[in-house]
Design a protein around this ligand. Structure first.
Ligand code: SF4
Ligand code: FE
Length: 491
């Protein structure tokens, strides 16, 4: 089958019977819901750009499974060049949406589960790798979006899955049948879950023998019987519900999406199971998925950063201060920070290596350094953006005030007239353009989009401490001690 167009992707979602809840109620038409639709538009961009000849090399690639042309978001990386192109593609999508475009979690899950299932089969003679290849071939052939679901609610963090008072704190097998398994549990803050056609579930931590029933990985359709989602709120999200709202939303076209995904006795047929009790491989899947997703942030957040820097420069220009040396220097600093993140994304890709299964994996130490920097630099970038833009980005009256014809002045001036008079930009720049750039920055720095640019930079793909553990493990302090001993003459 050919690649889907953006419109075909959006229409394909309407065929799913996905159960979505928000504000305590079921949402029937979630595809057109004003709070959800921007996140669907974002994923649609991964389809739209794949149709554009200008981006064909970045967005499409020959499948290693079928030889057909597929969207890179469904690809198994075959070289370090593929890994680098993945990061470049993510930067491009960040630039085009200024949001989290969500489809990467599936791509990162494909690559982690592909290589891990090969090694599980090698040890146990299971058939998970074949299952996974068949599943991915179906995904590629139909150009599907798949959510990679990892983060369990975790309950009491000091306890293993099997020790929790409530066993559902981690996704687990509640029944084994000849034809499959029945699973219960949930995954928290799932990026792009509602607008995915399928989900791949993976464990979220390393596990011991007692956790066997929790060591489970599988694929299931998003509208599977027993599965449902509760939509996550975002700061200022209800602005999207305001009548005629466009300017105050900041980014009216695109946005991210997170939800709580619940599995209430969902049946998984054998052919969609990729791990079922081989607990010592849980950690491998986690480490590989997290590694890929930490690489991803060296692309997506950089693309979003490009837009933040551009908006900051525009705000300075509209205020008439773009020639001030202090402003120029702040833009340089923002660029320096942003490109440093890109360097990390490219570096961990270029130092990638071939797994036993044949796909390519990133350098784990460098990917963790990449994500560790992402937990810091976007915060400094938005601090500088707020510094340059000025307080107006959070104090300006609403779009409705600017459009209001209620008379307030002695000479018959309306609220709209007064707003336009006092919030006028430099000569030659419309007040509305200034309004737009300020609201856009507000959205990026502390509105709905800050979920994707700030807090997701902190906690997405693992919180900072998770990277520090990996850096400690991969940092080879012993080897470094030896270097010092050799030169200092210490036996
Ligand atoms: Fe992709 Fe970045 Fe969103 Fe993760 S946070 S899904 S890498 S855009
Ligand atoms: Fe993320």
């Amino acid at each position: 089958m050919a690649l889907m167009t953006a419109q075909e992707y959006i229409e394909s979602l309407r065929n799913l019977k996905t159960r979505v809840y928000m504000f305590g109620e079921e949402i029937e038409n979630w595809v057109d819901h004003p709070m959800i639709r921007p996140s669907i538009n974002c994923v649609a961009m991964t389809y739209a750009l794949a149709q554009d000849p200008q981006y064909a090399d970045l967005m499409t690639v020959k499948s290693s499974l079928t030889g057909h042309t597929v969207n890179r978001f469904t690809h198994l990386h075959q070289s370090t060049e593929d890994l680098i192109n993945k990061v470049k593609m993510q930067r491009l999508l960040g630039q085009k949406t200024a949001s989290c475009f969500q489809r990467c979690v599936g791509m990162d899950a494909f690559n982690a589960v592909f290589s891990s299932t090969y090694e599980i089969d090698e040890k146990y003679g299971t058939h998970y790798h074949e299952n996974f290849k068949n599943f991915l071939t179906m995904v590629q052939d139909n150009d599907l979006t798949v959510d990679g679901a990892m983060t369990d609610p975790k309950g009491d963090r000091s306890k293993a899955p099997s020790q929790q008072a409530d066993p559902d704190m981690y996704v687990h097998v509640v029944e084994r049948r000849p034809d499959g398994i029945v699973v219960c549990g949930a995954k928290c803050h799932q990026t792009g879950s509602i607008n995915s056609h399928w989900h791949i579930f993976m464990p979220t931590i390393s596990m011991g023998e007692a956790d066997k029933d929790w060591a489970v990985s599988f694929a299931c359709p998003t509208d599977a019987e027993g599965m449902y989602m509760i939509y996550g709120r975002q700061s200022c999200d209800t602005r999207k519900l305001e009548e005629g709202a466009s300017i105050d939303v900041g980014n009216a076209k695109f946005g991210g999406q997170e939800a709580l995904v619940v599995l209430d006795h969902v049946f998984i047929p054998n052919e969609y199971i990729f791990l079922n009790g081989e607990y010592e491989f849980a950690g491998m899947i986690v480490e590989r998925f997290a590694g890929y997703h930490r690489q991803s942030y060296g692309g997506c957040k950089v693309g979003v950063g490009d837009v933040v820097i551009g908006a900051t420069a525009l705000a300075a220009e509209y205020n008439g201060v773009e020639k001030a040396s202090a402003v120029k220097d702040k833009l340089i600093e923002m660029t320096h920070l942003n490109e440093t993140l890109y360097c990390c994304g490219i570096a961990c890709s270029s130092q990638g290596f071939k797994t036993k299964a044949g796909n390519y994996q990133i350098d784990l130490l460098l990917a963790n350094v990449c994500k560790q920097n992402v937990t810091r630099f976007p915060y400094e970038i938005v601090r500088l953006a707020e510094d340059v833009a000025g307080g107006l980005m959070v104090t300006m009256p609403s779009q409705k005030d600017f459009e209001s014809d209620t008379v307030v002045g002695r000479n018959g001036e309306t609220i709209g007239d007064i707003c336009k008079k006092f919030f006028a930009a430099r000569e030659g720049v419309s007040t509305e353009d200034r309004q737009r750039v300020m609201r856009f920055l507000e959205n990026m720095c502390l509105g709905a989009a800050a979920v994707g640019y700030r807090t997701e930079s902190m906690h997405g793909a693992g919180s900072p401490q998770a990277q520090r553990i990996m850096i400690a493990r991969q940092g080879n302090i012993q080897g470094k001690k030896q270097l010092a001993k050799d030169i200092a003459g210490i036996q």
